[in-house]
Write a protein that binds this ligand. Sequence first.
Ligand code: NAP
Ligand code: ZN
Length: 353
Amino acid sequence: MNSIKAFGASAETSPLAATTIERRADTDRDVRIDILFCGVCHSDLHQARNEWRDFMPTQYPCVPGHEIVGRVSSVGSAVTKFKKGDLAAVGCMVDSCGECAACKANEEMYCVKQATFTYNSPDPHTGGHTLGGYSEAIVVDEKFALKVPKNLDLAGVAPLLCAGITTYSPLRNWKVGPGQKVGIVGLGGLGHMAVKFAKAFGAEVVLFTTSPNKTEDALRLGASQVVLSKDPEQMAAHTGTFDFILDAVSADHDVNAYINLLKKDGTMCLVGAPEKPLAVASFALIFGRKRLSGSAIGGTEETQEMLDFCGKHGITSDIEIIPIQKINEAYDRLVKSDVKYRFVIDMASLAAA
Ligand code: NAP
Ligand code: ZN
């Protein structure tokens, strides 16, 4: 075990503050990564504030952070993928059972025994719970460490590890591509990556937003139309026209308004995970045999595929870099949908914390 600096919450009502945590002693399959940048996901906020208490209650102290990029500082004797000095990334998971059908298919996020998430999961190594990337370093089995394309801006890569894969995976699963009309709901961290990917896959992209001031950005990012979702006339103009809608909203909202916009047999997929359950009107689904679905992050293999795709196509996240000392301010701005379009922590700032 060894002590490192971190930033975390000691209770659901406490702001995040500097703290010290222990990392496990490295095993022969582990890579130790000095963290350079860590993205700020709305899930970090949900969990630091225990907003998912009914599904995944938060263990404190909570050190969030699952959009991690850094440099390998040491490798165990059995590690083959990395050597000291390599860039490496870690997303939302650090382990899984490895034996169930989902794990065998490299879809570890659907592990029947539940994957070990990067933070707020039981940690078999320490007997405590896992602690995330708002910290100096992380120790992880090499299977859950990803290779980082060398041609991309490193800070802009960090959000790909959650916002990127969480939108890439459902768009790939539902085979979004040319000839399809695709809706993205919410232009935040996930939503802006969804717009970029749906456009890169060749679909016609319509962005739904509650923030009129995001219109120009949405068009620049790849949307061909922007709909202000609070305007019933603008919504009605799209009734029954979408093949697929990806909902990346972090707060309570009316999903039925979007289901009504699907074509017959169209699919709406939820990736947003608001605190409270959403109300679904049966009739919205019944007429048109429509499907409401969900999707969680993505497996190790697909995450690597997504990173390689981004390397090939020059895709990164649009970011605002912050020092760790501004994290509570950043959370307050996230609640107000005021981020363009992902906060990324420059972890060098932790030295002064
Ligand atoms: P974010 O950056 O805060 O973006 C959320 C966006 O939702 C906002 O920018 C806003 O877009 C829209 N929004 C917020 N409040 C709203 C309201 N009351 N009504 C309608 N729209 C509203 O959050 P994020 O990091 O992208 O995460 C989005 C959600 O996905 C969170 O719940 C997060 O926990 C979840 N998530 C799920 C997975 C998964 O595996 N499924 C992975 C990561 C995150 P506009 O300003 O454009 O309206
Ligand atoms: Zn996330």
